[in-house]
Structure formats: structure tokens, C-alpha cells
Design a protein around this ligand. Structure first.
Ligand code: ATP
Length: 311
């Protein structure tokens, strides 16, 4: 099984407006709400691919009930821990030119007894888990290096840990044992504290990260595809041009594609193909954390994966 952790889920609300003007009253005719947070996006796409993962994290209040309800409706396994605070709402406003503005609440505080409940439950869940995916920021109340702790638990239990986070959460986890991280270029720049101007720079910085206990450094680059570096090889993933609708959630969809491939013993190259096909399909559709399964096979065939042995 794959288990997906979303510590700080949200109700994602999408407003489609003609134009988005600051300081004016605007009416949103087209409103879409969904259970969100990066991990829930990953879980939804995994479900679309044919694997129904276990979903963990913290939910609270009426918004939390909405999330639990939505998760069940989608067909995901709800293993969330209930807390006292109110689960957050995140807004994505898209104008007619597809320019997106996001407003993200920080979310509720997790208390120490919530953390204890979570850890007890995780212990059981990991008995059934082959791949653990953790995505997004950590809520207030959890230690900043909490993802590092999860990495250590996964090392002991021989579980593949895929971590998609950024900033201080990523920085404080990289000393732990991680199967794969997936920064985008901005996140890699923040982690390496340097400017990345091209693929060569990205590969060099990824190589430096191999000195930590991270097996695969996967760098997603939007329309420029992806790079993956591990101790044996460098993989460059080239993707065709596509018509974009909404790229929010493409990174999450690409994590889902990769994890699905890994669970089903795909070769690393095919995991990367499926990963990019899912990222692209998400970008081609208006909904966040959503793919069109009918277009995946075609996209998969159009993606080129090149392997090099050295820089
Ligand atoms: P997010 O945080 O919004 O989920 P991200 O920044 O983590 O996204 P991206 O690098 O934007 O991740 O996208 C992940 C993958 O999705 C890319 O590697 C690519 O395969 C696909 N993708 C994203 N944007 C585009 C685009 N504009 N054109 C083609 N493919 C795209």
C-alpha cells in the first residue's frame, strides 16, 4: 500500500474570474471546492490511476468534516486524526488569461496529545505500507524537523519515503534517510542557497545533495520536464509542448505518478514517464490535483527519458 500524509489539509476553493482586480468587489460565478492540501492531491491522482491509498494527517472543525466526507466520496481510506482547531481554506483565483493568485491560510495548531495519537496510529498504518508519501508544510505545533523523524522511522521499517516539501521543512529533513525529494527550481535554489540558471546548474546542485542520505533527487521544471539524479545516473526527462489550463497541483500529480510506478515495480525510467504524464495531464485540466486517465497512455509514449552516467 501507499500511505499519503497531509499534515495540513485544506478546502481548496477555485474562483474563475474575467479579471482579478485588487481593491474592487468582484463576483465569482464559477466556484469549485475540493478537499485539498498537497498530499490529498497526490492521493486523489493515485486513486485515479487505480490505487486507493491510506490518507493520514490532522483535520478539525466543520472544514475537517468536509475533508473527511470528500475523502470517503472519492474512495480514499480515511485515517486522519481529529484535532480541536479548524482545518484551513485555501483560495486559487484564476483570470481569463490563466493567471493564478493563491491565498493560503496557515491552518490550526497541533497539540502534543494530537501528535501522540498520530504516532500511535502511524505505527499500525506502517505495517501495511510499502511507500510513504509526505507532502506540504507542517502545521504549527509540530517540530520543524518532524519529516526527518518520519524518514528515520521509514529507514528502520524499510519503507520508501518520498518527501515533497520546501523551505525550512525540507532543509531540516535532509539529514534523515529519504528515498526521494522533488523540489522545483525555486525550492532547490532555496535549499542550496544559490541561483540555478539552467539544467546543468540543477544537476550540479542535485549531485551535492547526494552527500546526504537521499537516494534520488528529482527536480521538476514545469514545461521543461524533470531531472533525476542518483548515485548511479542522471536522468533527463523531455516532454512535449501542451496546452495549459491550470498547473497548480502538477507537482503533486507527478509525485502520484512516480509512487504508483514504484508500487507496481515499473523501471525507474517508466516511473519518470508516468510521473511527467500525470504532471502534464494535471496542467492540461482546470481542476487541481486531477488527471484525465484517458490521455495518460498517449502522454506516456511521448515522453523521452535520457540516461547519462556522469556530469
Ligand atoms: P505544484 O507545486 O504546483 O504542484 P511544482 O512546482 O511542484 O508544482 P512543476 O515543476 O510545476 O511542479 O510540475 C511538475 C511536472 O508537471 C513537470 O515536471 C511537468 O511534467 C508537468 N508540468 C508542469 N507544468 C507544465 C507545463 N507548463 N507544461 C508542461 N508540463 C508541465
Amino acid at each position: 500500500m501507499i500511505t499519503v500524509i497531509t499534515f495540513n489539509p485544506s478546502i481548496d476553493t477555485l474562483y474563475k474570474l474575467e479579471t482579478f482586480e485588487i481593491g474592487k468587489v468582484q463576483r465569482a460565478g464559477d466556484v469549485k471546492k475540493s478537499a485539498g492540501g498537497k498530499g490529498i492531491n497526490v492521493a486523489r491522482v493515485l486513486n485515479q490511476l487505480g490505487h486507493s491509498p491510506m490518507c493520514m494527517g490532522f483535520v478539525g472543525g466543520y472544514n475537517g468534516l468536509y475533508i473527511k466526507d470528500e475523502i470517503k466520496k472519492i474512495g480514499l481510506r480515511d485515517e486522519f486524526i481529529k484535532i480541536d482547531g479548524e482545518t484551513r481554506v485555501c483560495l486559487n483565483i484564476i483570470d481569463k488569461n490563466k493567471v493564478s493568485t493563491e491565498i493560503l491560510e496557515s491552518g490550526p495548531i497541533v497539540e502534543e496529545n494530537d501528535m501522540i495519537k498520530f504516532e500511535r496510529h502511524l505505527e499500525n498504518i506502517l505495517e501495511e505500507t510499502k511507500i510513504l508519501v509526505a507532502s506540504g508544510s507542517l502545521p504549527k505545533g509540530l517540530p520543524i524537523d518532524y519529516y526527518g523523524l518520519l524518514g528515520e522511522i521509514c529507514r528502520i521499517k524499510n519503507i520508501k519515503f518520498i518527501l515533497d516539501t520546501s523551505g525550512k521543512y525540507l532543509e531540516s529533513a535532509i539529514n534523515s534517510h529519504i528515498y526521494m525529494i522533488k523540489p522545483n527550481i525555486d525550492e532547490l535554489e532555496a535549499l542550496c542557497k544559490c541561483n540555478i540558471n539552467n539544467k546543468e546548474d540543477a544537476i550540479k546542485e542535485a549531485y551535492k545533495l547526494l552527500r546526504y542520505n537521499i537516494e534520488n533527487i528529482c527536480i521538476s521544471m514545469g514545461k521543461d520536464g524533470m531531472i533525476l539524479v542518483n548515485k548511479d545516473s542522471i536522468y533527463e526527462i523531455k516532454i512535449p509542448n501542451i496546452k495549459i489550463e491550470n498547473t497548480v497541483g502538477s507537482g503533486d500529480s507527478s509525485i502520484a505518478g512516480f509512487a504508483y510506478g514504484l508500487l507496481n515495480d515499473y523501471s525507474l525510467k517508466d516511473c519518470l514517464r508516468l510521473s511527467n504524464a500525470c504532471g502534464m495531464s494535471n496542467a492540461m485540466n482546470i481542476k487541481t490535483g486531477f488527471i484525465d486517465v484517458n490521455e495518460i497512455e498517449k502522454l506516456f509514449k511521448e515522453i523521452e527519458v535520457l540516461e547519462y552516467s556522469k556530469i
